[in-house]
Design a protein around this ligand. Structure first.
Ligand code: LRY
Length: 223
């Protein structure tokens, strides 16, 4: 197993992302956010965009999961082989890619994409939206499978918290593949629950690194 996957075992990965047009969208700001997360106990960082990957790799020792979001609908999380290669070249230790069964913009299949990346020594994480996506990802030999896109592709309901049901199915069906839980882990209790279920590691984004949303959670109580 690749050392970067071993290093995140049993721990918390923090996703540091600011969205287009947001005040915190700056590589140095995201690097500072990542350093703060590591100080708090993060064993890995997930981040978006080549500039952020480079900036964060320069500041933290923990493994970095890199993605490149291009667009905002359909297949947009590291949608093509080119995007994935760029993430690896920018320094990502693990590259997460869209692992849905939807057509990819470059016309390659998911399996062809993973094969090409593996030939180049890239560690791949599958951002899945359903159990059928997970099956495809395991079939392709993906290094890590994740619940990232559950609730965002129309195949599964967008649960209030993490998709415990999908996570449980993944852990039970594929005991030999590291399973990450990502998406809507909003409380420390959610995190404890998914780890107790047997997740290899878990990724928390919004609840730690997206102050606009967190502020809204509070402000909405006053509305
Ligand atoms: C669906 C999608 O685009 N997810 C993105 C993937 O990188 C991010 O916007 C999420 O913040 C990340 O997955 C972490 O999840 P949460 O922020 O819920 O803890």
């Amino acid at each position: 197993m690749h050392p970067a996957i071993e290093q995140i075992h049993g721990g918390l990965v923090v996703s540091c992302q600011a969205y287009p047009g947001e005040p915190l969208r700056h590589p140095e700001t995201m690097a500072q956010m990542a350093m703060a997360a590591v100080e708090g106990g993060a064993v890995g960082i997930r981040c978006q965009g080549l500039a952020d990957i480079q900036a964060i790799k320069g500041q933290v020792e923990v493994p970095v999961i890199g993605i490149w979001k291009d667009g905002h609908e359909g297949v947009f999380i590291t949608p093509t082989l080119r995007h994935a290669r760029c993430c690896a070249a920018a320094g990502a230790d693990i590259v997460a890619i869209d692992a849905t069964r939807r057509p990819r913009p470059d016309g390659l299949s998911y399996a062809e994409t993973v094969r090409a990346l593996h030939d180049e020594g890239v560690v791949v994480m599958a951002d899945c939206g359903s159990f059928a996506d997970v099956e495809q990802a395991v079939e392709a030999g993906t290094d890590i499978i994740s619940t990232t896109l559950s609730g965002y592709t129309g195949e599964r309901e967008k649960t209030d918290g993490p998709d415990f049901e999908l996570l449980g199915q993944m852990i039970e069906s594929f005991p030999d593949t590291p399973v990450l839980c990502e998406g809507r882990i909003h409380t420390p209790d959610h995190l404890a629950q998914v780890m107790a279920m047997g997740a290899w590691s878990a990724v928390v984004g919004t609840a730690i690194t997206h102050p606009t949303t967190i502020t809204r959670w509070f402000a909405d109580k006053l509305a």
